[in-house]
Design a binder for this molecule. Structure first.
Ligand SMILES: NC(=O)c1ccc[n+]([C@@H]2O[C@H](COP(=O)([O-])OP(=O)(O)OC[C@H]3O[C@@H](n4cnc5c(N)ncnc54)[C@H](O)[C@@H]3O)[C@@H](O)[C@H]2O)c1
Ligand SMILES: O=c1ccn([C@@H]2O[C@H](COP(=O)(O)OP(=O)(O)O[C@H]3O[C@H](CO)[C@@H](O)[C@H](O)[C@H]3O)[C@@H](O)[C@H]2O)c(=O)[nH]1
Length: 443
């Protein structure tokens, strides 16, 4: 059965992608957000975020009338009998997940739900939160209605959110109510994605375990990369060689300056917080975090070692967003790198294809934002690759190196073509976990 009536709370990456994709497979979706500016933009069929493919589907599904937007909870809830919560669960000071947006969402629901409903929690929440929310909701319900809860964590990645939603590896449905579980399976069935049915607590844990495992895989390969530098091995070949083993797999073995973004940093810390709260030591997670933090400092350390005092040196920074194909700056490694460089009194000129506007809000005016890689490179003592945008791989490095004061590149993402760089004449190229390429004038 298609054409279910669904309300989605929150139009961030998750809410918006979910809402759009559910409309795309035939449901009637209303998305609600408390942020009036976002909703106004969405009503004009413009995406408030940079996410490939999202705006096309937004326009398509808005024009069929299957996808609408509102800031009014009563209006949206009047429309729906499946309510998906996709509000943010940021990190609070002690590492714990901040549930205040969820608590407010539960209050909004309690006030305005007028019919029996299934409430689906898509936000990433610590184990036990679904039960807590249910109690909160039931305790404040204004109308006499029946509420069933389903935990349905999300696994999309920014930059490929739409494809990840339409072609997910799996859909996790955690519920103790067979009817609710069946209805949510029906909702997703047109996607033709495998379901894993489980209890609520296990569903909540699957999300944290998945993110923590992937983050740990990244820290592991970064640890190996640092060792490779010490022993003269090449981490790209090592990761390749490991990845052929099906038990290991090649994904998430890309060494570099560590993981950032709106999820891995906060979710690993939230899981660690749970382990401490329960008195179950999980020092592996501490190490995952420590390696990640260290990795972001290493790049600046390498520049200090090569250039000496950074005071007055000019650094060109290519890339600001936490990964390519997004303008999201949450926990982007560029933030720490920009702060460390400017603390050492280096002058930083940064270029990013889409994230400069958001970067200004986070990093501020301690660095200069320019409109091209070439402009950033002018007069630079070194160039840092911080985000592996495809645009940077395609750069004319000969021209870029020619405008630099010193022909030195630190590639924090191992994304440049070494052979092509060697064609550019004298160069010093320092990747992560691989031997440096040093071609002097008389080589
Ligand atoms: N970003 C990702 O790639 C991703 C992927 C998987 C899971 N998650 C998880 O999904 C959740 C949402 O993440 P996000 O990145 O989409 O969040 P986000 O911060 O980008 O967006 C959340 C939205 O919710 C809105 N909101 C807050 N309170 C509300 C309320 N009471 N009613 C309606 N709207 C409200 C906010 O205004 C905001 O627009 C988080 O728990 C996150 O950990 C995120
Ligand atoms: O081999 C790798 C892979 C990733 N990264 C970095 O790890 C971070 C996260 O990358 P990615 O996982 O691609 O992006 P996210 O959009 O943050 O997605 C993650 O976080 C989401 C939110 O929970 C989950 O839904 C996704 O499944 C999970 O991949 C980025 O800084 C990447 O540069 C590496 O350093 N090496």
């Amino acid at each position: 059965m298609t054409d279910m009536r669904v309300a989605v709370l929150g139009t961030g990456y998750v809410g918006l992608s979910t809402g759009i994709c559910l409309a795309e497979i035939g449901h009637n979706v209303i998305c609600i957000d408390i942020d009036e500016r976002k909703i106004n933009k969405l009503k004009e069929r413009k995406s408030p975020i940079y996410e490939p493919g999202l705006e096309e589907l937004l326009i398509k599904n808005s024009s069929t009338g299957r996808l609408t937007f509102t800031t009014s909870h009563p209006y949206a809830l009047n429309h729906a009998d499946i309510i998906i919560i996709a509000v943010g669960t940021p990190q609070s000071d002690n590492g714990r997940a901040d549930l205040s947006f969820l608590e407010q969402a539960a209050k909004d629901l309690a006030e305005h739900i007028i019919r029996d409903s299934i409430v689906v929690v898509k936000s990433t929440v610590p184990v036990g939160t679904n039960e807590y929310l249910k109690q909160l909701l039931l305790g404040q319900l204004k109308n006499k209605v029946e509420i069933k809860m389903v935990s349905n964590p999300e696994f999309l990645r920014q930059g490929s959110a739409i494809q990840d939603t339409l072609k997910a590896d799996r859909i996790i449905i955690g519920s103790d109510d067979a009817g609710a579980s069946e209805k949510i399976q029906e909702m997703y069935r047109p996607l033709n994605v495998p379901f894993l049915l489980t209890d609520v607590r296990s569903a909540e844990m699957i999300k944290y375990a998945s993110n923590a495992f992937l983050a740990t895989k990244i820290s592991f390969i970064n640890g190996i990369a640092n060792l490779c530098e010490a022993v003269g091995a090449d981490v790209e070949d090592v990761a390749n060689g490991m990845g052929y083993d099906k038990r290991i797999g090649s994904a998430f073995l890309k060494a570099g300056i560590g993981y950032g973004g709106s999820c891995f940093p906060k979710d690993v810390k939230a899981l660690l917080h749970t382990s401490r709260e329960k008195g179950v030591p999980f020092s592996l997670l501490e190490e995952t975090i420590a390696i990640n933090d260290h990795q972001q400092e290493l790049l600046v350390g390498k520049a200090q070692k090569r250039l000496g005092e950074l005071k007055g040196k000019k650094i060109a920074m290519l890339g600001l967003s936490f990964k390519p194909e997004t303008d999201d700056m949450r926990e982007a490694p560029s933030i720490k790198i920009a702060r460390a460089l400017t603390a050492a009194e280096a002058k930083v000129a940064a270029y990013d294809p889409v994230a400069s506007g958001n970067a200004r809000k986070v990093i501020g005016e301690i660095i200069t934002y320019v409109d091209s890689a070439l402009e950033a490179a002018k007069g630079a003592d070194a160039l840092f690759i911080v985000t592996e945008w495809e645009e940077f791989r395609q750069l004319e490095f000969e021209a870029l190196l020619d405008v630099m004061k010193q022909r030195i590149i630190f590639d924090g993402r191992n994304c440049l073509d070494e052979a092509a760089l060697q064609e550019c004449g004298p160069i010093e190229y320092y990747p992560v976990g691989r031997p440096a390429v040093i071609l002097r004038r008389d080589d």
